[in-house]
Ligand binder design. Structure first.
Ligand code: PMP
Length: 385
């Protein structure tokens, strides 16, 4: 059965037919020369997406959570302390992951919908040092983009390993990992990169790799990067059978990223976000996330008074767009919409149409025409994908 409903949740995002076709190619041996070339290209293209010349990429079957685990267990020992900068559900996940390995945590936690102020980080670093600091670039629960540049300025030249969770950002928001001094950039394919879920992606800096090499062992077998390093440095060997089809699909997605060009792609994400938000405003909908830290990859929007979450999202889905609900303290009060990956003006307009219709069904006065006109005034020619 082919489901024509648009999946406009903040990941997984709609997968472009070119990438789906790559996924559907015959499954070949992981030792096939063609596959080895594809993996090499995917590793190169991933590193280029992270704007790194010297980082070591890892592409491993799993997901974003495995990538978080790989980042922590390969750089921090049990009993050492990390500082977690958390602005929501996925920031908090680092504390759970650390606790599973006996790693101690301090947390600087923002109010939901706001970012941790850099001054708080500065204050903490003035009196304490850590084995690592974790930053969630975009927390998918709150739509909050962290002020990464301000954080890394404070971390420059310090001993802490800097771990950046780019799961809801990579491919949609610039992450110049080398210029920023990021030691581990971890991410996943199913959001702004636009490939299907199923992979953990990490880029380890030379410093992070040296940190792992200095550890006699780590409390992991599958997540130990030293097991994967021989394959990632020189594809064509075996450690654990790679998910051949998903890597071929990721390779195609990364090719599309670079065909579009990084700067153009990030600009498109900013335009789609601005267009979507202009239309939401015209529908009388406000955003949950504070204006100073709204990420370009998703919008977390407040449900208007009197509109019930479950029925509203069911009506939007029936009208062609699947939206996500709020998490934690905003469950039932907000809905979340992804506008990232390989979508364009068509998907944004169809989603707004579904939202406007669902609001009208719920008795909320919604001028869909005005909303679409507001979006159109922001969209550019390149957005018709
Ligand atoms: N970090 C962030 C910011 C995320 O949004 C997610 C998933 N939504 C994860 C980590 C975990 O990724 P996965 O679900 O692929 O394990």
């Amino acid at each position: 059965m082919i489901d024509e409903t648009l999946t406009m949740i903040p990941g997984p995002t709609p997968v472009h037919p070119r990438i789906l076709a790559a996924l559907g190619r015959p499954t070949v041996s992981h030792m096939a020369p063609g596959f080895i070339e594809t993996l090499k290209a995917a590793l190169r293209d991933f590193r280029a997406l992270c704007r790194s010349g010297s980082g070591q990429p890892f592409i491993v079957a799993g997901g974003g959570t495995l990538a978080m685990e790989m980042a922590l267990v390969n750089t921090v020992r049990a009993g050492e302390r990390v500082l977690v900068l958390s602005q929501g559900y996925f920031g908090d996940r680092f504390t759970e992951c650390a606790a599973s390995f006996g790693i101690e945590c301090d947390v600087l936690r923002s109010e939901w919908g706001r970012a941790v102020p850099p001054e708080e980080l500065a204050g903490r670093l003035a009196t304490q040092s850590y084995a690592a600091v974790t930053i969630t670039h975009v927390d998918t629960s709150t739509g909050t983009a962290a002020p990464v540049e301000a954080y890394v300025r404070l971390l420059k030249g310090r001993p802490e390993i800097v771990i950046l969770d780019g799961v809801c950002a990579t491919g949609g928001i610039d992450e110049p990992s080398e210029a920023w001094g990021i030691d581990v950039l971890l991410t996943a394919p199913q959001k702004a990169i636009g490939a299907p879920p199923g992979l953990a992606l990490c880029l380890f800096s030379e410093r992070a790799l040296a940190r792992r090499k200095a550890l006699p062992s780590v409390p992991a077998f599958y997540a130990d990067i030293m097991r994967w390093l021989p394959i990632m440095a020189d594809p064509g060997r075996y450690y654990s059978t790679p998910c051949v089809n998903e890597i071929v699909a990721l390779g195609e997605a990364l090719r599309m990223v670079h065909e579009e060009g990084l700067d153009a792609r990030f600009a498109r994400h900013r335009r789609l976000a601005a267009a979507f938000r202009a239309a939401l405003a015209a529908l009388g909908i406000t955003l949950f996330t504070h204006r100073d830290c709204q990420a370009a990859t998703l919008s977390v929007a407040m449900l208007p008074a009197g509109v019930e979450d479950g029925p509203f999202r069911a009506r939007a889905a029936a009208r062609g767009a699947v939206l996500a609900g709020g998490l934690g303290p905003i469950a039932g009060k907000a809905f979340r919409v992804g506008h990232m990956g390989n979508i364009g003006a068509g998907e944004v307009v169809a989603t707004l149409d579904a939202i406007g219709g669902a609001l009208a069904d719920a008795g909320h006065r919604a001028d869909v025409g005005a909303a679409l006109a507001a979006a159109a005034s922001v969209l550019g020619e390149g957005d018709a994908r």
